[in-house]
Design a protein around this ligand. Structure first.
Ligand code: ZN
Length: 91
C-alpha cells in the first residue's frame, strides 16, 4: 500500500513485538508504542487477535509438547549423522 509507507516498517516490527509480548513482558515504553500503533492499525490489530487465539488454542491442548520447542538432542544427532556422512565420503 503506497499510501501507507511510514507505517509499513512499523508493522513488521509490531509483528515481532506482538509475538515477543506473548512470551515475556515487554518494557512499558514498548507496550505504549504497541498500544498506540494497534489503535490506528487494523492490520496489526487483527494479527494480534490471531496470535492471542492461537495461544489460547495451544494452551488448551492437553499435551504441552504440542508447542514448538527446541530439542538439543536432535541437533546433536543431526551433527553426528553429518559427521558420519563426511567420514564415509573420505574413503
Ligand atoms: Zn501495523
Amino acid at each position: 500500500m503506497s499510501w501507507f509507507p511510514p507505517l509499513a516498517s512499523t508493522c513488521q516490527e509490531m509483528a515481532r513485538l506482538l509475538s515477543d509480548a506473548m512470551d515475556h513482558r515487554l518494557p512499558w515504553h514498548v507496550r505504549i508504542r504497541m498500544h498506540v500503533h494497534l489503535r490506528m492499525c487494523q492490520v496489526c490489530k487483527s494479527y494480534q487477535r490471531q496470535l492471542v487465539l492461537l495461544r489460547h488454542l495451544l494452551r488448551r491442548t492437553p499435551h504441552s509438547e504440542a508447542e514448538p520447542t527446541v530439542q538439543p538432542q536432535l541437533s546433536a544427532e543431526a551433527k553426528e549423522r553429518i559427521r558420519r556422512a563426511l567420514d564415509s565420503s573420505h574413503s
